[in-house]
Write a protein that binds this ligand. Structure first.
Ligand code: NAG
Ligand code: NAG
Length: 777
């Protein structure tokens, strides 16, 4: 039964059994400044004609210290004497409004929400407009849940925009992958969508449809490895890696995305806990980037500053450290317990509390929660019918279709023919699991359909065996699986990982498939009448070299965790109703990579010690599949059609000399060149793309830059732009990339300064290269 049908039934029952007045109360969203309550309407903080900062100042000035302190934690209590209801800061919406936080309850009319693919798969579409529309759908559904009286908060702790640095990371699945540009663009698109901005941005005017939060600030990408947990981990990060890898997504999220929230991370960075780092929270985010939202701690990230990290000498010191650093709200209860004594010990001026409350109440006002009855406000008319709407569910399907990556397709084995008489064997522990499809921080979803059920919609004559006891596959029913494989015309194996193998608080120790999965796959492939189809569900990459080179395995598809419509999307791809076009947003490393310490944060290789570096930008070792890799049922070819600059002169100001790695380089810092200069030097790159195949398709075009001569410390190659194009079979198109040399040709020095230097750079698309030289005449 679909959830919408289910909810109708439940609502009907409620009419029959509950008195009407209770039903109305339970669907009233919480809000302040109710015009029907004459005691509140004269407060200046209720006057919508005044600027928000003035209203907040009025509100905070009315609070006693005893009223202020409990507002500093995620479950903020009501202040009845001022008609202010409680507020829950913690809600989750990583890839769909979810019950994983505290602020959303699916126990009323609304029973679930649209569950989009896990972010790592959505990223594989390389389509920022798709990401925006997903954000928009999530923001709309969030508001509908609030309007239906099922939300006590509208602040969502997503997106997760940490760089997917190590393939073992259990939360890599939550991120858009390993590339800073992709991650930054994902952040901007998602945030604009959720908050109610336009795709181009800048139209928000303060009001928030819902609030998004960029996390985890910063350099957080380890759960637990060989006894090091995220709570105790001190990430040693170079200024260079911070400047061009770890920080750029956060900078984009704040500057272009106008995110209204940031979450500081559990870990320390170079000795300082993120939530206690004044340089990070106040100087960088608020000062340099112009952030004016609220900063939340990760859950219990304040207590560990004293309990685990020993950075603070007393609990009160921990409270003082975070509030003085610029954090505003604590997920947990630590600030509730220890703030009063910090004030009494004269360690904390009350003005620090007021500063935090100012940021917090500003967000609640921007959400419209102090404007009287929300049904009379902007977003007040977003109804229950927006949740799991047909349009949103189609979008969830498209996101899965556009993300799924075809990794191998020997002799055009896929797509399978659609024949009524054929038989199909479906084997694997992920074949009949709706739970695996939705990943973490998800659900409940609108509908559930497993991959097996979706395949059965195409082929009636289907045999199924899970093959393994669980996804961990400590025991396998190989004989049974081989038996059904022998009988069938075609065999599809649905294998990979799930949340028992990789998730929050759980990194992997290995990159190979768990338990007896490989043995099962190989045996089935050997026994089958024709080479088999292998589908891998996972967030982090898996070393499937054995399958890549096994001629009994004709085709491989990577489907991430494809969300509520993922089963349907896969079946459509397998039977040719959709042409796959996704490309990998992260490097697939071989198993051998696990000899590298997961705690080593360096992006750059160090040849002397055999450290190989990380991600496609720096790692030169063997790969199972590389960043950007992905096949299709069509073939695409590229040409550089027109580039408006061949040689760039930077003669407006003289360059500076610096010695790096024993060599003298002429450089100019990007900040010295200035925004206006960089704007003026923008140029356009026109790329011709042709679909040379027989099937229509959607194809992401990736534009890279690489230096002609690679030197130590420079990325080998770097993505500088991407765009998707829909092309019919044999159709051609031209794509324009508008690029700024200051962005695409600059690099970080060891001190973390972004600079331009003389030399030749190559624009790269597919196998095509186009040189552009840069000089300071
Ligand atoms: C839903 O759950 C919340 C939180 O547990 C509770 O306060 C509320 O009364 C519940 N609503 C219904 C209709 O059961
Ligand atoms: C250098 O700048 C001057 C003016 O500042 C300009 O006339 C000249 O053309 C520039 N040189 C080159 C090679 O672009």
């Amino acid at each position: 039964m679909s959830l919408q049908k289910l909810s109708l039934t439940v609502t009907t029952l409620m009419y029959l059994t509950l008195p009407l007045v209770i039903r109305i109360d339970s669907t009233q969203p919480p809000f302040s400044c109710d015009s029907s309550d004459p005691s509140t309407e004269n407060y200046p903080f209720c006057k919508t004609t005044l600027p928000i900062s003035q209203r907040v100042q009025d509100l905070v000035s009315r609070l006693t210290l005893d009223e202020k302190i409990p507002q500093l934690v995620n479950s903020a209590p009501p202040i009845p004497r001022l008609g202010i209801p409680g507020y829950e800061w913690w809600s989750e919406a990583l890839h769909g409004v979810s019950e994983a936080g505290r602020g959303i309850r699916f126990n009323g009319t609304i029973k679930g929400a649209t569950t989009f693919p896990q972010v790592i798969l959505t990223a594989a579409s390389f389509d920022s407009y798709m990401w925006y529309r997903i954000g928009q759908a999530i923001g709309t559904e969030a508001r509908a849940v609030y309007n239906a009286g099922q939300a006590t908060g509208m602040t969502f702790w997503a997106p997760n925009i940490n760089i997917f640095r190590d393939p073992r990371w259990g939360r890599g699945q939550e991120t858009p992958g390993e590339d800073p540009l992709v991650t930054g663009k994902y952040a901007v698109s998602y945030v604009r969508g959720v908050q109610g901005d336009t795709f181009e941005g800048g139209k928000l005017k303060g009001h928030l449809q819902a609030s998004a939060c960029c996390k985890h600030f910063t350099a957080y990408d380890l759960e637990r490895w060989m006894g090091t947990t995220r709570y105790m981990f001190d990430a040693r990060v170079t200024a260079q890696d911070l400047a061009d890898t770890y920080q750029p997504p956060f900078e984009s999220c704040v500057k272009q995305g106008s995110a209204s929230g940031i979450m500081c991370a559990f870990n320390r960075v170079n000795g300082v806990p993120s939530c206690a780092d004044y340089n990070l929270l106040t100087k960088t985010a608020r000062g340099q980037w112009g952030f004016h939202g609220y900063i939340a701690s990760d859950c219990d990230a304040v207590s560990i500053i004293y309990d685990v990290q020993g950075y603070a000498k007393t609990p009160e010191d921990a409270v003082v450290d975070v509030l003085k650093a610029g954090m505003d709200v604590n997920c947990g209860s630590y600030l509730q317990k220890h703030t009063e004594s910090a004030v009494n010990q004269k360690k904390l001026p009350e003005s620090e509390i007021d500063r935090a409350l100012h940021n917090l109440f500003s967000i609640r006002m921007r959400l419209g929660l102090f404007n009287g009855n929300p049904s009379e406000q902007p977003f007040g008319n977003i109804g229950t019918d927006s949740v799991c709407s047909p349009a949103h569910q189609v979008l969830a399907l498209q996101a899965a279709q556009d993300g799924i990556v075809l990794l191998k397709n020997s002799a055009k084995r896929l797509p399978l023919p659609k024949s009524k008489s054929m038989s199909l064997a479906v084997i694997g522990p992920n074949a009949n699991s709706a739970y695996t499809l939705i990943g973490n921080y998800a659900g409940p979803a609108c509908t559930f359909i497993t991959i097996l059920q979706a395949l059965q919609n195409y082929v009636k004559n289907t045999f199924y065996d899970p093959g393994c006891d669980t996804v961990g596959c400590s025991s396998a029913s190989i004989d049974k699986a081989v038996g059904i494989a022998k009988e069938a015309d075609h065999v599809v194996l649905i294998m990979g990982l799930d949340q028992t193998q990789e998730t929050e608080d759980l990194d992997r120790m290995d990159l190979v498939l768990p338990g007896k999965q490989q043995e099962l796959i190989t045996s089935v492939a050997k026994a089958a009448k024709k080479p088999v189809i292998l589908v891998i569900l996972c967030g982090g990459p898996v070393d499937i070299s054995f399958a890549k080179y096994d001629s009994n395995i004709a085709s491989i598809l990577w489907a991430g965790y494809p969300g509520e419509a993922g089963g349907t999307a896969l079946a459509e791809i397998i039977f040719g109703d959709h042409n796959p076009g996704g490309r990998l947003p992260m490097t697939w490393y071989p198993q051998d990579f696990v000899k590298i310490a997961m705690t080593d944060m360096r992006m750059r290789p160090e040849p002397n010690s055999g450290y190989p570096g990380r991600t496609y930008r720096f790692y030169k070792g063997d790969k199972v599949f590389e960043f950007g890799y992905g096949l299709s049922y069509s073939k695409y070819s590229y040409k550089f059609k027109h580039v408006t600059a061949n040689k760039l002169y930077f003669n407006e100001s003289s360059s500076t000399k610096m010695v790096e790695n024993g060599q003298t380089v002429n450089y100019k810092s990007v900040s010295e060149l200035g925004t206006e200069f960089c704007e003026n030097k923008k140029f356009s790159v026109t790329v011709g793309v042709e679909n040379d195949g027989e099937m229509d398709g959607k194809h992401p075009v990736l534009l890279f830059v690489k230096p002609e001569k690679n030197k130590n410390g420079r990325p080998i190659i770097q993505l500088v732009g991407f765009q998707s194009v829909i092309l019919k079979a044999e159709e051609k198109a031209e794509i324009d990339f508008e690029v700024s040399p200051c962005e695409i040709f600059s690099r970080a020095t060891e001190n973390g300064l972004m600079v331009m230097e003389e030399g030749t750079h190559l624009l790269v698309v597919g196998d095509e290269e186009y040189p552009i030289s840069l000089s300071f005449d």
